[in-house]
Ligand binder design. Structure first.
Ligand code: AHR
Length: 500
């Protein structure tokens, strides 16, 4: 199939904020207990952190990690998760019907974050709690010393403040499943007062208000409008969440999932800018897509999971090759919208709907979706250029007209490199892309092609076959490239040099 792809370095969509490659660790399932923290594991360090997991997280180069929830946060008392571990209470987590021993709390999260080289993004409970507990938490974490709660942190062994800059004002407060679910007005008022208190403490804090839990919520997009009516001048970001599924095994529809991410983002941008116009505001609200992934494989097995235990096996999706293609397209969508989406968290990081999987007491390995995330995180931090793609399309019941190629082009002017991410959604045919990258000093030379391909779209990586789906790197040829062959049903990264 013949197609053309044109771009110019003058047409820059936006500069990627590195926090687009963030992730999420919720106190859910084995994300923490048996995932990041397993004190009896042979590879655990002196704090009980699994060093094999830390190595994989470092390799992914995740700039920020959201914690401690998710639905979990809406019924959690932060005070339970600080101080001497032996005195911390065992609580019931109503969100996931699990026992919560509070052994990996705020101090442990901050110390783990430092070890893996990431920044914390802390979510506040606005389900069962309010302004008073939120301001106490921020004082405990960020005030240097001399107040009751900052001195308590010091007594708990953290002399230096945690200096957490990024705060989520609740989680999915529009969802009837949420403990402490609220109407948009109730939440908007509360979030605006909590935000005000936090900014009185430190105006440089960055705050995220809850948007809708997904685009199918009956209250979307009225929720966004009402919440922003109340919070516009106090918050910096509006959150978005979306999960994708293929439970009817309809591959053509599943591979087009990024079209719904595109339209969700564009619709939320419209609402933000509508409220901006209503308020005659000069301020722009940016988006924090702080939960996204494929999630459906574990739904049935989760119904059989034992309740009220520590670290139940919940949301342990085993990802297929086709899931990796979809995750590749979703990353392209986030990059394409980098002018407004500044933060995005792959939900989650370890074991629960995650790129990293572990066996309790055993090894850790990379799921299929690890790879597109790894390469986007490594090569996606640059300027996203507008690309005009003239490619064949297919018709789909849910999404209408779908292009076979899902593309994004990232330019790194400082090193003269162009990184071209392409997913070929065509199940039968290769694509031949004629490139017209005008304005660069000469025709780009291909440094390297990295591909994910597999004969079996249901192929998975597991403990016994951790490399079943792995990147194939063709390098060092310095090819003059004006036509690219993109194999059917593949994810690809073409790295070009544009230096003379
Ligand atoms: O990531 C799993 C759950 O999905 C989160 O707890 C919640 O915010 C969302 O519904």
């Amino acid at each position: 199939m013949k197609c053309t792809v044109s771009a110019s370095k003058s047409f820059v969509r936006g500069t990627v904020d590195k926090r687009l490659f963030s992730s999420f660790v919720e106190q859910l399932g084995r994300a923490v207990y048996g995932g990041v923290y397993e004190k009896d594991h042979p590879l655990a360090d002196e704090q009980g952190f699994r060093t094999d997991v830390m190595d994989l997280v470092r390799e992914l180069d995740v700039p920020m990690v959201r914690f401690p929830g998710g639905n979990y946060v809406s019924n959690h008392n932060w005070e339970d998760s600080v101080g001497p571990k032996e005195k911390r209470p065992m609580r019931l987590d109503l969100a996931w019907k699990a026992l919560d021993p509070n052994q990996f709390g705020i101090k442990e999260f901050i110390e783990w974050s430092k070890k893996v080289g990431t920044e914390p993004m802390m979510a506040i409970n606005l389900g069962t709690r309010g302004i008073s507990e939120a301001k106490d938490l921020v004082e405990y974490c960020n005030h240097p010393k001399g107040s009751t709660l900052s001195d308590l942190r010091i007594e708990h062994g953290s002399e230096e403040p945690y200096d957490i800059k990024m705060w989520c004002l609740g989680n999915e407060m529009d969802g009837p499943w949420q403990v402490g679910h609220k109407t948009a007005t109730e939440y908007g008022r509360l979030a605006s007062e909590v935000g005000k208190a936090l900014k009185l403490f430190d105006p440089s804090l960055e705050l995220v208000a809850c948007g809708s839990s997904n685009a199918d919520m009956p209250t979307f997009p009225q929720w966004e409008e009402t919440v922003l009516d109340h919070t516009y001048e106090v918050v910096d970001y509006l959150s978005m969440h979306m999960y994708f599924r293929n439970d009817e095994d309809d591959i053509a529809t599943f591979l087009a999932s990024s079209l719904s991410m595109d339209s969700f983002i564009e619709n939320v941008v419209h609402v933000c800018d509508y409220v901006k116009a209503k308020k005659r505001s000069k301020k722009t609200i940016y988006l924090s897509f702080d939960e996204w992934n494929v999630w459906f494989h574990s739904n049935e097995q989760d119904k059989k999971q034992k309740e009220w235990i520590v670290g139940p096996k919940l949301l342990e999706d085993v990802y297929t090759f086709e899931d990796a293609l979809v995750v590749g397209c979703l990353l392209n969508s986030l990059l394409r919208h980098c002018d407004r989406v500044k933060i995005a968290c792959l939900a989650q990081l370890v074991n629960t709907i995650a790129p990293i999987m572990t066996e309790t007491g055993g090894p850790a390995w990379k799921q299929t979706i690890y790879w597109p995330f790894y390469y986007a995180s490594k090569y996606g931090r640059g300027e996203v250029l507008d690309v005009v793609c003239n490619v064949p399309t297919y018709e789909n019941k849910r999404y209408g007209t779908v292009p076979y190629a899902d593309t994004v082009l990232v330019y790194h002017p400082e090193i003269g490199e162009l990184d071209f991410f392409v997913v070929n959604r065509n199940l039968e045919e290769d694509l031949f892309l004629d490139l017209d990258f005008s304005g660069f000093s000469k025709t780009p030379t291909l440094l390297e092609q990295i591909s994910l391909k597999h004969e079996n779209r249901k192929a998975v990586n597991d403990k016994d076959h951790p490399n079943e789906v792995h990147p194939i790197v063709t390098e060092g040829k310095k090819l003059f490239a004006s036509t690219l062959q993109v194999s059917k049903m593949t994810w690809n990264l073409f790295r070009f040099s544009v230096v003379d």
